[in-house]
Design a protein around this ligand. Structure first.
Ligand code: BG6
Length: 518
């Protein structure tokens, strides 16, 4: 299969990354931008400005980016291409909570406008912890950076920093979008004061994953699935996002957030929506976002009294990993860098959810995600009902329920297990897989590559809308509120390198089922 290359983007841009020294920029953003550059998918004229507190010189910054790219870039590295790319990267030192850095930034951005004799569109990327969003927005507004460039002809007449039309700016905001429903609502109100909805790109990178987009293509592009996509045929659905990594260098960020907000509010619920979403009425961005939002709104909120029986939280203790082939000792979460030794932040969560959509009445969705689990694997398994088989005799091997698995990480593909008769004289069944895996010479585009290209093109389909984010917070905030009331969650409660707390096994076992991914 061929990876489609989008039409060349020609309009120049400058991307200002707030929190440029953070994990996300090193691990995802810079590698994605560089790979797009290598694939010649960026316009000829673009600039990247990193904004952070660190007192870096321009040289220090370039050195910092080079270390990141050597560590995280997964494609052929070329010194000459890197040299060209890094020539377009600039650094702006500044404190998020002080005006000076923003005022200096205006001067820098004007240099680009002057050099190109035009208004260079500005993309502001908020890649900081969510606590910093309000102050960044405040200064983007008060310094008028949010208004974009002022055409040269008017610049003399108006005060410094004075900008112009909002059509020159876009803002990209990383999840988690706020901390709870209240906070997300306030953040949205603030955003709405300074930006139109068309300028706002709320990022959940799972929406940019090729294998996730393919779930919808697969469901709506093949009529054979539509008649069975309901509670008459489907028994239950399991969704797992397992990470073998721990919190790594992100203790500071993670302590104030936890897995429920970091992974469940966004990625897990989006994967559930990919299964439950109804076919969009229209195939434009708003049509697809309408369908996604409607589906999130249908997920049944958990009542406080149900939290104990339907939600499991966990935190990893010390343990062992065998993923690298040798036995590696793993630290407990409480011993990780920048983590409190008595932290009650969860690193694992499992949920049992239902939706009010009549098609799925009574079908449980079991969702789980955690850090320091046995291996990296993201999968959605749709388990069909047991076949009513009359043809088996006593002692003959039974058939099992069909399972349709969407594999998202580490391999990407789709697998359907079918029952088939074994060759021979006996009536014995076994299970055979039918599968599809992507075969592309350069691998699949990284989620962030896809999302960055969409921002440049102005396509908001894969970015969450305000009503969508609010609906997911409505569900998640109730759970976190309940947890706050319960002071001692009994952490740590699973060893690093395992599949999570025992209670997560029991959550599904008490319904007579078991996690498939082990
Ligand atoms: C991010 C979370 O959104 O997703 C991280 O903040 C997590 O904690 C990451 O590690 C997982 O993404 P992926 O694409 O590696 O599954």
């Amino acid at each position: 299969m061929d990876t489609q290359i989008p039409g060349k983007i020609t309009s120049p841009f400058v991307m200002v990354i707030f929190g440029v020294t953070g994990d996300l920029t090193q691990r995802k953003l810079i590698p994605a931008l560089f790979h797009l550059f290598q694939k010649k998918l960026l316009p000829e004229r673009f600039y990247i400005v990193g904004f952070s507190r660190r007192p870096y010189t321009s040289e220090d910054f370039k050195e910092f980016l080079e270390q990141a790219i050597k560590k995280y870039h997964q494609h052929n590295f070329s010194e000459s291409q890197w040299h060209e790319f890094i020539g377009k990267c600039y650094y702006q030192q500044g404190d998020f909570g002080e005006a000076q850095g923003y005022l200096d930034l205006i001067g820098k951005l004007k240099e680009f406008d002057d050099f190109l004799s035009s208004c260079v569109p500005r993309f502001f990327y908020l890649a900081t912890p969510p606590d910093n969003y309000p102050e960044i927005l405040k200064y983007l507004h008060s310094t008028k950076l949010s208004e974009g460039c002022l055409p040269a002809s008017l610049r003399q007449a108006l005060p410094a920093g004075g900008q112009g039309s909002d059509k020159w700016t876009k803002i990209m905001i990383e999840k988690p979008f706020g901390k709870d429903l209240d906070d997300a609502t306030k953040l949205d109100e603030k955003l709405a004061q300074f930006f139109n909805e068309e300028q706002i790109y709320r990022i959940d990178h799972y929406l940019g994953k090729e294998a996730v987009q393919n779930i919808l293509a697969f469901r709506f592009g093949n009529t054979i699935f539509d008649p069975v996509w309901n509670n008459r045929f489907i028994d239950h659905v399991q969704i797992t996002i397992a990470e073998n990594l721990g919190v790594e260098t992100r203790g500071n960020f993670f302590e104030g957030v936890g897995t429920l907000r970091d992974m469940a509010q966004s990625h897990l619920l989006q994967l559930m929506t990919a299964i439950t979403m109804r076919e969009p009425q229209r195939l434009d961005a708003e049509g697809i976002r309408d369908a996604r939002t409607a589906s999130i709104k249908e997920i049944v909120c958990i009542e406080p009294a149900q939290v104990e029986t339907r939600i499991v939280r966990g935190q990893y203790g010390k343990g062992n990993s065998y993923t690298s082939g040798k036995n590696e000792q793993l630290l407990s979460y409480r011993k990780e860098r920048n983590v409190s030794p008595v932290s009650n932040t969860e690193t694992f969560v499992a949920l049992k959810l239902f939706t009010t959509d009549g098609l799925w009445d009574g079908v449980p969705f079991y969702l789980r995600t955690g850090k320091r689990l046995q291996r990296k694997a993201t999968e959605i398994a749709v388990i069909f009902k047991e076949p009513k088989l009359k043809m088996l005799g006593k002692g003959e091997k039974e058939v099992v329920a069909n399972t349709l698995t969407f594999q998202i990480e580490p391999t990407q593909g789709i697998e359907l297990t079918l029952n088939a008769k074994k060759v021979g004289f006996e009536r014995i069944f076994n299970q055979v897989p039918m599968n599809f895996t992507y075969r592309t010479p350069d691998g699949l585009p990284e989620a962030y590559e896809k999302l960055l290209v969409d921002v440049m093109r102005g396509d908001q389909t894969l970015f969450t809308r305000t009503d969508e984010v609010q609906a997911s917070w409505k569900l998640i905030s109730r759970i976190s509120q309940r947890w706050q009331e319960e002071k001692d969650p009994g952490f740590p409660n699973y060893p690093a390198g395992s599949w999570g707390p025992k209670a997560a096994e029991e959550l599904i076992q008490k319904d007579g089922r078991a996690w498939i991914l082990q």
